[in-house]
Design a protein around this ligand. Sequence first.
Ligand code: GRF
Length: 252
Amino acid sequence: MRPHKSPTPTAPMPPASPSHCDSATLSTAREGKAKKFSLVVLCSGRGSNLQALIDAAKTDALPVDILAVCSDKPDCLALDRARDAGIATRALRPRDFATRVDFDRALFADVAGFQPDLVVLAGYMRIIDPAVVDAWHGRMINIHPSLLPKYPGLHTHQRAIEAGDAEHGSSVHFVTGELDGGPVIAQAVLPIVPNDTADALASRLLPLEHHLLLAATRAIAGGEIVLHDEGVLRAGRALVAPLRLTSDGELA
Ligand code: GRF
């Protein structure tokens, strides 16, 4: 995700939206079914992280409802994956809007219409205007293929190799107006090997990214992780460093 640069003060998790107590929820509660934590996922491309969310959401591994998948690329593979799974889709073309912020407002009006608990940017490759990002403070996460704060932006695998780094990885962070700069929740780490290439490194990282995104989403859905003035809280305590993905797919 490539948001505009515009530092945003951290703020407490916003109160639950009115959707949490609307009549649909009440009638669902009367029927004895708990409303699941809900997601809208934004994608621009291949959608392998989306697929990991879809697959996990069909099992107890990730107790969430994916309400919709939204995109700035009407022909992207991610939307096909959503349709195949019976998930609602929305796509708008940036060129149909006069300005960048007009596009963002329109897309996020669609997102808001689904009343998700969390927005997940999973390979969403557009800068989002800070005015739009701010409305989702604490309720939007992004997966970025580097060990942030290293290498915000593009070409992260190549940059890590060229820098001679011993390790590379991926980060899931809360989204703020700063480019790939919001508070980091958790990271997956892997070694860079001799003669590594950007493609090889990206291929080895991708399955770890899927596990990382699932673990972070699960922790937020379960209320274990929230964004607060003090930064990312896990079970009420501020993280002093990002959590690490373990080999069994947990966060430690
Ligand atoms: C991932 O590497 C993710 O970290 C980055 O974009 C890629 C998306 O891949 N933000 P996919 O579309 O989920 O397969």
